[in-house]
Design a protein around this ligand. Structure first.
Ligand code: C5P
Length: 400
């Protein structure tokens, strides 16, 4: 994928690896990108803005104002201009400020105003990288949707050997190329994703629900959005947040609400990924007041909910792709194939409860994907983010 014409804000911070940022800028420019450097005050101690502006052909931004004429540098405009913000090298201090919104320099204000995706290449000594605060800050940044380019292991500036060395500029450019390639592979596509559990009210304070966390569906939504798709995320009650500009989130509570939202959105989408753990039944009556405890037995009559996947399958048009999920405890493959046929799905993703680390609430998952023709592809245990990539590659087309 070409990065020609892409607008890249290159953030440089005060690490010895800042010298590599000059090669990075040069490589990006050579591939046709426009590069605007934003450097922190300590970054300037390591590499001079003159070198960077000579390489990029643009004055380097560092201060909020230009001292001699009082010109204000707009971090908001940079946030709108960029197709990507790449912070390389990122020190432990910058990671901490990014994670916590400590906007005391131009690089952090630009980061906080950024509309485009952000890639971060940390660089620091091995002990700093291994410190729990760094690990935590990186996890926080990942939860914001930032892409972390893991540092490499090797000899560090301190002469110690370990992990912390900023990834080589050539490798970073490869990741940038990959990002833009991936970003475009689902452009002009609209994808509906149902996620999470549904809550079926018993009375004002009680419900029937399940353990679905929504993690798998949110990972799918992020991945589709990263590849340029417009995503409609119909979410049951989950405690996850999403910040991608391509994702429109519709929060629902019950299966009926999820059904209504799905039916109304489905006609406009190219694909639907039905990841939600929809309650099969709801209480026939919903008590208006909290049900009081009684000493004798109590029964709740349940009535079936609509099957969202099957209902969408009925109105599916030529070209629309439908992906469902199955969580089985016995006769896994046979049951999954049965569901795929019944619901008119094109693919079904089978998770097995037998695998440790897979299924509800875990950050990892182990799946097999079955298609209409009965082909089965087994994947190893992976993070839900990586499983999302496999599912999208397999069901919505390989990335370019
Ligand atoms: O039949 P079962 O619930 O195992 O089927 C699972 C698949 O069907 C999942 O993709 C799930 O999101 C979808 N489903 C649905 N509406 C229901 C029940 C399941 O969309 N009421």
């Amino acid at each position: 994928m070409s990065i020609k014409g892409k607008h890249i804000v290159l953030g440089i911070t005060g690490s010895i690896a800042a010298y590599k940022a000059a090669s990075l800028a040069r490589l990006l420019i050579r591939e046709g990108a426009e590069v605007q450097v934003v450097i922190t005050p300590s970054g300037k101690e390591f590499i001079t803005p003159v070198t960077l502006s000579a390489l990029t052909g643009k004055p380097v931004v560092s201060e909020f104002f230009t001292a001699n004429d009082g010109t204000w540098h707009s971090h908001v405009d940079l946030g709108l201009w960029a197709d990507l913000m790449l912070i390389a090298p990122a020190t432990a201090a910058t990671l901490g400020k990014m994670a916590n919104g400590i906007a005391d320099n131009m690089l952090i204000t630009t980061y906080l105003s950024m509309k485009a995706a952000v890639m971060v290449a940390p660089a620091m000594d091995l002990d700093m990288f291994a410190h729990p605060s760094t690990t935590r800050n990186i996890e926080i940044l990942k939860s914001y949707g930032n892409i972390i380019i893991e540092p490499a292991a090797g000899e560090l500036a301190s002469h110690l050997i370990g992990k912390g060395r900023m990834e080589e500029p050539e490798k970073i450019v490869e990741r940038v190329r990959d990002f833009f390639g991936k970003q475009d592979s689902l452009s002009k596509k609209k994808v509906l994703i149902t996620v999470g559990p549904t809550y079926e009210k018993i009375d004002p304070v009680r419900f029937i629900g399940n353990y679905s966390s929504g993690k798998m569906g949110f990972a799918l939504a992020e991945e589709c959005a990263d590849r340029g798709a417009e995503v409609v995320l119909i979410a049951g009650p989950v405690s996850l947040s999403v910040s991608h500009p391509n994702i429109k989130r519709i929060d629902v509570e019950s299966a009926e609400e999820m059904y209504q939202a799905s039916i109304s959105e489905f006609p406009t989408v190219d694909a639907a990924i039905l990841c939600a753990a929809v309650a099969d039944y709801r209480p026939q009556e919903q008590a208006k007041e909290k049900i009081k405890r009684k000493s004798d037995e109590m029964q709740i009559s349940l009535v079936p909910n609509k099957d969202i996947a099957a209902s969408l399958g009925e109105i599916k048009k030529e070209g629309q792709v439908m992906v469902g999920f199955a969580l089985e405890t016995n006769n896994e493959v046979e049951n999954a194939i049965g569901k795929m046929k019944k619901k008119k799905l094109d693919y079904i993703v089978l998770n097995s409860l037998k695998d440790s680390g897979a299924g509800f609430r875990h950050d990892t998952n182990k799946v097999s994907i079955l298609d209409e023709s009965g082909n089965k592809t087994d994947f190893p245990l992976k993070s839900k983010t990586d499983v999302a990539k496999d599912i999208i590659d397999c069901c919505l087309g390989r990335k370019k």
